[in-house]
Design a protein around this ligand. Structure first.
Ligand SMILES: Cc1cc2nc3c(=O)[nH]c(=O)nc-3n(C[C@H](O)[C@H](O)[C@H](O)COP(=O)(O)O)c2cc1C
Length: 352
């Protein structure tokens, strides 16, 4: 088993924008790999403005940048790869075969492509033939079940994919069924490329445990990186014997929230900026208090004044340690993440 465990930030539409990666840099907590949020590729698609910023800002970066494409129209995928490669220096192309959102996959893209490998294979082959850079793919273990998983891994070998990110759930399992990293171990043993484990990884210790059981080369962190961005710094410290940073406190969390706020406010008027900030606060709040009071209050802020009042809670407790693992039973996106029949707190069902 290799010793170093690589880290990647998961693509998260609406969250892992260029400003968020800039904030990771400011907090000195960058992963080894950044996979951009998906670029929807179709006959009239263009490279959106935020992706252009990310591409420019990543030129001198320490991390590898992979641009994620989501689509099934081969000529559009080929055109987009050429367009990107002609204009920008970046490390890799990533293909999204994982998206579980019905409104997306109904168009036979993302996770829907795992239903039929005859649809998936020509896309993979065309991307491999076109790109001169690293080719990575992001998959789940299947659509309804795992019966095509092994065949999908064979395709990954046949088309010389350079890196695999595996979210070890089915597409229909969305975010609520348990992640099964035994599939990560299978992918490691069956493929010839490095495999990154993805799904519900909350902290550096857990990442190491998954590496031990699966022999994966890296881990891809999504929601935990929004809640606790210092996860990448902590992973890097465990990998080398560099300076140990002190524990993260509520004061650090307040600073992080203010960085998010300032970045959003530069792009948006006050009310839309508050609305956008809530998408981040939903995750951050999971580590603040066990009863979900902060989550409940965060979901109801409407103005900068409300935000200041909310943040006074953190200011008054600025030396309190912010735990790297969320409190159990709290959900940022209850309608997506809460297991069926759960009585867990979602921030909407409590008071005060
Ligand atoms: C808000 C949000 C947006 C997402 N957008 C994307 C996306 O653009 N592309 C993609 O492949 N996965 C997307 N995902 C899935 C994540 O990349 C990741 O696979 C998933 O959240 C599981 O990892 P985690 O448990 O570490 O969060 C998104 C997830 C969330 C929560």
């Amino acid at each position: 088993m290799q010793d170093y465990l690589f880290s990647a930030i998961a693509p998260m539409r609406g969250l892992t924008k260029s400003f968020f990666i800039r904030i990771l840099r400011q907090l000195n907590t960058l992963p080894d790999v950044v996979v951009s949020e998906f670029l929807r590729v179709h006959p009239t698609s263009t490279i959106d403005h935020d992706l252009q910023i990310l591409l420019k800002e990543s030129q001198q970066s320490t991390y590898k940048l992979h641009i994620q494409l989501l689509g099934n129209d081969i000529s559009s995928i080929v055109r987009t790869i050429h367009q990107l490669e002609d204009q920008y220096a970046f490390d890799g192309i990533n293909l999204n075969f994982a998206c579980p959102m019905p409104k997306i996959y109904r168009k036979d893209v993302g996770g829907a492509l795992l239903r039929d490998i005859h649809h998936l294979e020509p896309i993979l082959a065309a991307a491999r033939e076109t790109t001169t850079r690293t080719l990575s793919v992001k998959i789940r273990i299947g659509f309804h079940d795992d019966h095509l998983f092994s065949k999908t891994l064979e395709l990954i070998n046949r088309h010389h994919v350079d890196m695999l990110f595996l979210h070890a759930r089915t597409v229909q399992g969305r975010y609520s069924v348990p992640v099964e990293h035994s599939y990560t171990a299978q992918a490691v043993s069956q493929t010839t490329c490095p495999v990154f484990a993805n799904g519900d990884i909350q902290n550096a210790e857990q990442a190491r445990k998954i590496q031990t059981m699966s022999s994966c080369s890296g881990v891809m962190i999504g929601r935990a990186a929004i809640r606790y961005p210092w996860i990448f710094r902590e992973m890097a410290q465990k990998e080398s014997s560099t300076r140990i940073h002190s524990a993260v406190t509520f004061g650090h969390v307040l600073h992080y929230i203010m960085l998010l706020w300032e970045a959003l406010r530069q792009q948006l008027p006050e009310v839309p900026a508050i609305h956008a900030l809530k998408a981040f606060l939903n995750f951050v709040a999971l580590g603040i208090d066990a009863h979900g009071q902060f989550l409940y209050r965060a979901q109801r802020i409407c103005s900068f004044q409300d935000l200041q009042q909310l943040c006074s809670y953190l200011e008054e407790r600025s030396i309190q340690i912010f735990q790297p693992t969320p409190f159990s039973g709290l959900y940022a996106r209850p309608n997506r993440e809460k297991p069926p029949h759960s009585n867990a707190i979602d921030g909407k069902s409590i008071h005060g």
